[in-house]
Design a protein around this ligand. Structure first.
Ligand code: SF4
Ligand code: SF4
Length: 409
């Protein structure tokens, strides 16, 4: 596509990147067929091609209106369009640039600004979030059903974390909301790893990966969170104590794998970020590579029918497809077919809070697709999808590592 970026952005690193991405788009529209918001709303501006065009106009200096912001806000950042695009358009990167510009050039209503500020303050602070969640759970029985349904029930206990005893060590990210919502995820990972000869450790004081603030309009604060996390991890990495960084939440994994890109212009952090991105693995990649060690400790159990929901951050963001499914089948589970498994469940970070109607519709569609094969439970690989889906069904929704752990002798 022809472009003529405006003077204010043309010769900046962001302008050059956006220009290169825009020029790759041939406007064919293949991507619209797999865009969840286009499928729901049927409006060109709520599909990738239309949003690309809106961002092009903004970058070319045309007026940026509240309507432009609305259509970008409705985007889930699921990146299904990237997977479908035959021209390799990096829509997610263009969206980061477009959203920053739109945020600077338009004014949100006060209530929206407040909501976003509260989310940006509360969610990345682990202790504050845990406290508010505990209070919400206490109040749950006294709240109207609509409000109570949005508060996750008390989490399964984490169980013991094995003491480090192996020479092979990997680093895990505790994350921001995951320790309060599902502490069992990292603890179960540590126990499985311990059985196969790897000690899993978490760095003291390591906080949010930065995705949360970065994606709701506070990009500089998100980058500051990323630098703070790098500072916590770096001493262990520099001393060569860990061979990899393992992500148990695909939503964090996709961002940490992009640190190299996001911090490439930061002289103090570019090198560290590059190393960290290169060392980062999704949990499924590690378990798949080490499966030979797991096979010998797998118990012979009855086949259980499960439905697996691959988060967008795993299948589209990290381009990891079929790996968790392969692990689960090798471990003796029966996976039920799930139609339209490429479509987002509507969780998408804070999207389920900021766009509740669209997120609710996507959740209902996803749960009905997941239930179509009558599974006993639903497994997934990201805490956001897990909590979002669980809020809409009585059927258990868990992280797949907890199910795998139960299969070990
Ligand atoms: S993003 Fe890709 S699939 Fe979508 S219109 Fe552009 S070239 Fe076509
Ligand atoms: S990221 Fe997802 S919601 Fe956004 S335009 Fe692409 S496919 Fe549609």
């Amino acid at each position: 596509m022809q472009t003529a970026l405006a003077d204010f952005i043309r010769d900046t690193p962001e302008g050059r990147e956006a220009d290169a991405i825009l020029r790759k788009c041939v406007h064919c529209g293949f991507c619209t067929a797999t865009c969840p918001t286009y499928l729901l709303l049927g409006d060109e501006n709520d599909g990738p091609r239309g949003r690309i065009y809106l961002m092009k106009q903004a970058l070319e200096g045309q007026e940026i209106t509240d309507k432009t912001r609305l259509h970008l806000d409705r985007c889930l950042t699921c990146r299904a369009c990237e997977t479908t695009c035959p021209s390799g358009v990096q829509y997610g990167r263009l969206l980061d640039i477009g959203r920053k510009l739109v945020e600077e050039k338009t004014a949100r209503p006060a209530w929206e600004r407040l909501k976003r500020r509260v989310l940006a303050e509360v969610l990345p602070r682990r202790s504050l979030f845990a406290l508010l969640l505990a209070l919400g759970q206490l109040a749950r029985p006294f709240l109207p059903a609509r409000l109570a349904g949005g508060i996750p029930v008390s989490a399964t206990r984490a169980g013991a974390w094995p003491a480090p005893r192996h020479s092979r060590k990997m680093l895990a990210l505790a994350g921001c909301v995951q320790p309060a919502l599902a502490p069992v995820i990292n603890a179960a990972t540590a126990r499985v790893f311990d059985r196969i000869g790897i000690s899993l450790i978490e760095a003291k004081g390591a906080g949010c990966c930065g995705a949360l603030r970065f994606h709701i309009g506070y990009q500089e604060e998100g980058l500051a969170d990323m630098r703070a996390l790098i500072d916590r991890w770096w001493p262990m990495i520099e001393r060569g104590e860990v061979e990899a960084i393992v992500m148990t939440a695909s939503g964090c994994g996709v961002v940490v794998k992009e640190y190299a890109h996001l911090l490439r212009h930061d002289r103090a952090y570019a090198g560290k970020a590059e190393k960290i991105s290169a060392m980062t693995r999704d949990l499924s990649e590690v378990i798949d590579a080490e499966f030979g060690r797991i096979e010998s400790i797998l118990a012979k159990k009855e086949r259980v029918r499960l439905a697996f929901h691959p988060p967008c951050t795993l299948q589209h963001g990290q381009d990891i497809k079929g790996v968790t499914e392969r692990v689960l089948v090798r471990a003796g589970f029966e996976l039920t077919p799930v139609p339209d498994s490429h479509l987002c469940c509507g969780s998408a970070g804070t999207y389920s809070i900021l766009q509740p109607e669209l997120a609710g519709q996507l959740k209902r569609n996803k749960l009905s697709a997941l239930a179509s094969g009558a599974p006993e439970e639903i497994l997934t690989a990201n805490i956001g999808c897990l909590a979002h889906l669980q809020s809409g069904t009585e059927r258990p929704v868990r992280h797949w590592i907890a199910a795998l752990e139960e299969r070990l002798n």
